[in-house]
Design a protein around this ligand. Structure first.
Ligand SMILES: [Zn+2]
Length: 177
């Protein structure tokens, strides 16, 4: 199998008539809550497509989340506003939170679905949390996806220069294009 691959790469190299540099396509696998509805899954899908189209990071979301099982992959959890964890995070941030990500060992991103009034709002929040899952911190640019406070007039899904700079800071070279 490996030999065949090497042969194919060799062939490609020959036809291209210049040395090929192999850059692996980055992938992110997320185990997501089975409680996400089909509509919410569509929003998650479109948020992850933003990462594919804008930075070339492929996100595979598998809806089989079992919080009792130890996993080494990322997790996306559906929560409602009526929830002890949500109340705790509201208190911590001194604001009503729409989503948050715990960075410890295996990052867990939580989406507070019933606070997200529109699809655009939900897509922005999911994309913001996915960027946290990738290791990004908040940035100072108010029009950025990674801005810490949600701007209801501007639900950013297009990465700004500040977002890209933060991604470049956190990812190994070649992870994003
Ligand atoms: Zn955040």
């Amino acid at each position: 199998m490996h030999l065949l691959l090497i042969f194919l790469v060799f062939l490609l190299g020959c036809t291209a008539q210049k040395p090929l540099r192999y850059v692996p396509r980055p992938e992110l696998t997320i185990h997501a809550d089975t409680a996400f509805t089909p509509e919410e899954r569509e929003v998650i899908q479109s948020a992850s497509m933003e990462l594919v189209s804008q930075i070339g990071v492929r996100v595979d979301v598998i809806y089989d989340l079992d919080l009792r099982k130890p996993e080494r992959t990322f997790r996306l959890v559906r929560v409602l506003s009526v929830n002890p964890a949500t109340a705790e995070m509201d208190k911590f941030f001194q604001a009503e939170v729409y989503g948050w990500t715990h960075p410890f060992i295996v990052p867990r991103a939580y989406i507070v679905v019933d606070r997200l009034e529109s699809e655009g709002f939900a897509r922005h929040v999911v994309l913001h949390e996915l960027l946290h899952v990738l290791g990004c911190q908040h940035v100072d640019d108010p029009s950025a996806v990674l801005y810490g406070i949600t701007n209801r007039q501007h639900m950013a899904v297009v990465l700004t220069e500040a977002d890209r700079a933060e991604l470049l800071r956190t990812q190994p070279e070649g992870f994003i294009r």
